[in-house]
Each structure stands twice: as structure tokens, then as C-alpha cells.
Design a binder for this molecule. Sequence first.
Ligand code: AHR
Length: 491
Amino acid sequence: MATITLNPARSKGTIDKNIYGHFSEHLGRCVYQGLFVGKDSPIPNCNGMRADVVEALKRIQVPVLRWPGGCFADEYHWEDGIGPLEGRKRMVNTNWGDVVEDNSFGTHEFLELCRQLGCEPYINANVGSGTVREMAEWVEYLNSDGDSSVVRRRRANGRQDSWGVKYWGVGNESWGCGGNMRPEYYADEFRRYATFCRKYGENRLFKIACGPNADDYSWTATLMERAGRFMDALTLHYYTLCGDDWEHKGSATRFTPEEFYKTLVRALRMEELVSRHGAIMDRYDPQRRVGLIVDEWGAWYDVEPGTNPGFLYQQNTMRDALIAALTLNIFNRHCDRVVMANLAQTVNVLQAVILTEGERMTLTPTYHVFDLYREHQGAREVDCFVECDSTGLGDWRLDQLSASASQSADGLITVTVANLSASACADVALRGVQAEEVAGRVLSAPMDAFNDFDQQRVAPALLDARVENGCVDLQLPPCSVAALRIRPGRA
Ligand code: AHR
């Protein structure tokens, strides 16, 4: 019997709803075809945004959306994507498959998408091939209401009032595709660019610096030391691979039980990364003013056979649902430092929550995890201590259960728990609170089960959880993710 002990008296604080954020790049069929089909498309849309996709994303309450990249961000020139469609510049997307980018989805379209989703925009601006002036004028175009030529241009393009964009990324992966910079150099560049990203009226920017790749701890130390006081947050990118290198990342759907555990163990590395980068940040920022934003995370496999290698289209199985579950549990438990996270990527790219094919759409197992975890958004984290067996094969072993908990303003406690064993059930006793009532939902399927356009194999069902003398007991099927809502009794 495994035990999860809750201690509502201990908390790391509020789980920022932005931990449940997403990322949409001009890459493959994420923006074009996935989110945006254009006003003249036969696919039902509202101002060009796919109606089915927007509706599904609203259901999981997407709080924040990052755009336009990724590597694409450092080649993106915002002025190419404003004004009448016929006049927009065409370019070749050299990062992603050399396809023609016609800039029909630009600033106004992105902000219209965010309006429809009811989410905050997070714009990642160009440092690698841009200029300080270009970035400064983008901020002005978005956030100023002064009578400048830049603002007049926005008004001529149909938008009278400033949008008040808050989240502002200064370069992406500046250590790699964003310019191959050294941390010392980027720290100075960040300071320079950030200086000219002005506050207009009440529109204060939340300035986000490009942080490390995975375990590059010296990048974090250098950035924090040299530029920490100029930033509001630092990013971290970490992708989970199944194979041993970027040429052989492994198949999204065909894998052995050993590869299943290997992928989970690698995903679990997020715990160490967040802790160690957080500890370095603590040295320079003991008050924890600077947030950590994991604005690219998820599983990255070989593309689906027969698809464009530059489009990063992959299927999504129950294994990915477990990766999402354990990663979100880590972020919840580190909510005193992690203030935002953005799954890569929203639709049709990497660990997507939605896949589309023409007018058809399917929700992936990862989507359902975001749905199950919704109640954590903005809730107060509750300490939870897990005692359980280990699971795995060969060198790839880990705790069988991963969990996190929170309490929302109405007093209800949400516990999310994943059973990471491919074959064993888990009997779980939830202790630490006197429960009055419990309701649960569970997502459970064989490790390689996935949803396609004709068949839905992975969808949440009700979970049978019981309350007896204030204690909650339940059984989790193998390979499952559950969300429990507990009404505590009066002490
Ligand atoms: O998400 C795909 C790519 O991965 C992004 O463009 C880049 O930032 C990262 O390397």
C-alpha cells in the first residue's frame, strides 16, 4: 500500500496559473493549419482561428501563450507581419523545413488568438538577427497610446488602443540557434535590449532573459550575476528524449517497456534541473524576485514516418501523458520559483495537446492531463509526501508514484497522482486531511495507446475513490493519471 500524506499547514505558496502555459511557433503545422487557417478557409473559423481548436484550448484554460518562437523568433521581423495581407513580406523559414512563410499570421492575428482564448500573450522578441530599435518599436506598437508615428501605424492597421502586452522574451536560445552567444556577451546584450523596452503608461513589461539549456549551470550563474537585477525571469529549456542522441530520438509510438521507463526517468530529470538552477538563482536572488520560466519542455521523438522532418510532427501516447503529469507535479511543487512553463508545442508539433489533419482534430493524452490538472491553476500548493515502491526495468528505475496537491479558494483540495508502472496497480491511502467527500477522474491506457482521427483510445473516466472515517483510499490502474477533489471536513 502506498501512502500520500498531505500537510495543508505547509505550502510553497500559490501555483501560478501560467505553469499551465503553452508555446506556439511558426514551425510545421502549429500556427498555420493548427491554430490559424485564415478567414477564407472552409474549416470553421473565427477571424481565421480554427474554431474547434480554440474551443478545445479554452476548455483547458490556457493561461498564457508564447509566440512566435523558438528558433524562429530570432529570425522574425515583426514589421513583416503587419498591414494589408497583400503587402506582407514573404520569407523562407530556414529553421523549419525551408517552407515559405507569408507572414499572414502576425502581431494582430496573434493578439486576436489570445483574445479568443482569453489568455495572456507572451512575445519572444528577436535579438539574434534584430536590432534594439526594432525591438523597442515593437513594444511601442503594442503598448503605447502616445501620438507617435509607430502608434499611428498601428491605428491605421485597425487597432486603436494599446494591447498592454506584459510577458516579453529577449531572445531565444541565445546560446544556440539564437546567436551562439557566450553568457557574458548575452548578459550585456540583454541589459542593452531590455533598457530600451519601455514602460508605456501602466503597461509595465515583465522582462524575460534567455536562460540555460538543460544542465548548463554556468550560464545561469553568469546571467544572474551580470544581469539578474535587470530581469524579471530567466528561462530554462529541457526536452525529454527516448533515444541516446538527437539523430536517434526514438519513436513516439513504438517502444519497449525498458524504453518507456528510460523516457520517464529522463523526464524526471526536470526535478534536478529546477532545483539546481533554483539554488544558483538563490545565491544571487535570495528573495526569489526573479522567476524561473520553463518555456520549452516536453518529449521530442523522431517525426512520424513519411512527414517532413522539419515539421516535428509526432504522435502522443499514454507515455506522454505520464511525462506531462510528472513534470507538472514537479512545477507545482516548485511553485516558489517556477512562475511559468510552456509545453512545446500547442498543436501538431512535438508533445502537442491537439493534432489536426485537414478539418479533423484529435485531443492527445497530454491534453487530458492538462484538463485533469486544471484546478491547480492559481491554487495554494499543499505539501504532499509520497511513500511508495519503486518501478522500472534494468537501469531505469523511479518511484512508482508522482504527486502534487493544492487547495483552492473554496477549500477543496486537489491531488494529482500518476502511477508510473506500466503493469502494476497501486493501492493508495491518502492521509493528513479529514476528508468528507471525494470525487476523482482517471486517465488510464496501455503505455503506447494514442488517439488518432478515427479512434479515441485514451480519455478520462470516473475514478472509484472512497472515504472511510475521513480517510481516502483508492486503486490506480497501471499507467494512469488521476485527479482527486477532496472536500475536507471541519477539524
Ligand atoms: O520547440 C522546437 C525548438 O526547440 C525551438 O524552436 C527551439 O527554441 C528549441 O531548440
